[in-house]
Design a binder for this molecule. Structure first.
Ligand code: CU
Length: 68
């Protein structure tokens, strides 16, 4: 397993945190996603054979937030 972290822009409340968490956990290969508002970030543990940081970033952006 590998771990990566992104700064997430656009989250304003726990609903946003839950949305980002749900989207990440629904991505094939993700085994754990820890999303926080303060600081606004996401730490993701994933199987590198199934996904990669670029895909995870895209999943966050497809959900309407910014990932850097
Ligand atoms: Cu919100």
């Amino acid at each position: 397993m590998e771990t990566t972290a992104f700064k997430v822009g656009g989250m304003t409340c726990m609903g946003c945190v839950n949305s980002v968490t749900r989207v990440l956990k629904a991505t094939p290969g993700v085994t754990d996603a820890r999303v926080t508002l303060e600081p606004s970030q996401a730490a993701v543990t994933f199987d590198a054979a199934l996904t990669n940081p670029a895909q995870l970033k895209q999943a966050i952006e497809d959900a309407g937030y910014e990932a850097t």
